[in-house]
Design a protein around this ligand. Sequence first.
Ligand code: SF4
Length: 234
Amino acid sequence: MNIRGLQKTSLLDFPGGICATLFVGGCNLRCRYCHNKDLVLNHTALPYYPPHEIITFLQKRSSLLDGVCISGGEPTLRGVETMLPFLTAVKNVGLKVKLDTNGTRPAVVGKLIQAGVLDYIAVDIKGPWEKYPLITGVDIDPGTVKETVALLKGCASRQEFRTTVVPGLLTAADLLWIAKEIEGCPKYVLQQYRPPAAPIDPAFSAGQPFSHEKIRQVAETCRQYVHVLELRGF
Ligand code: SF4
């Protein structure tokens, strides 16, 4: 699984529950504002947590936890063959599983949904499709993320789409465009951007985040397209 980070307890990463968060090394994107630079570019230098040790840890801790959040990096790069046995082992401990993904591996997400190992799926929508290369720093086909959006429309797992509101990359009009694109989804989360100390692109270590007032106005325009609109960190 290439687990390169462990947060033993989180009150934030699993909506409505207490979870442990696992950070999987490696990512196929290079988002310019990414605050997990080492996990993306230098993960082999980070501590490694063997999956069997993580399962033992979860067994000991299971009475204190509701679930496990599998985050990254991008966990789906590990593939179904690696993820399915691990997530099945987590479920066998009696814990729920939340997957954080950038949505670029719809086939993997689809197979994990089919296998019934995902209780909650959080998908990043980085921006309007045509802005993906600019925001993610790679020549990615946003059609894959679009496929993941379509996949989740027919899926019973709890789910959310979320966008980090990065000044200089996203406008109010962009956020409205995204809300329309995911129209009818159960939850859309607008996350406040906090300039990281050492992002992938140093230009994003500073910047004036959207004000509370501005994001509230944006939220009002987006709210009509989704069931729940949540502001996180504002
Ligand atoms: S912010 Fe972008 S580069 Fe960083 S881990 Fe997430 S998807 Fe990968």
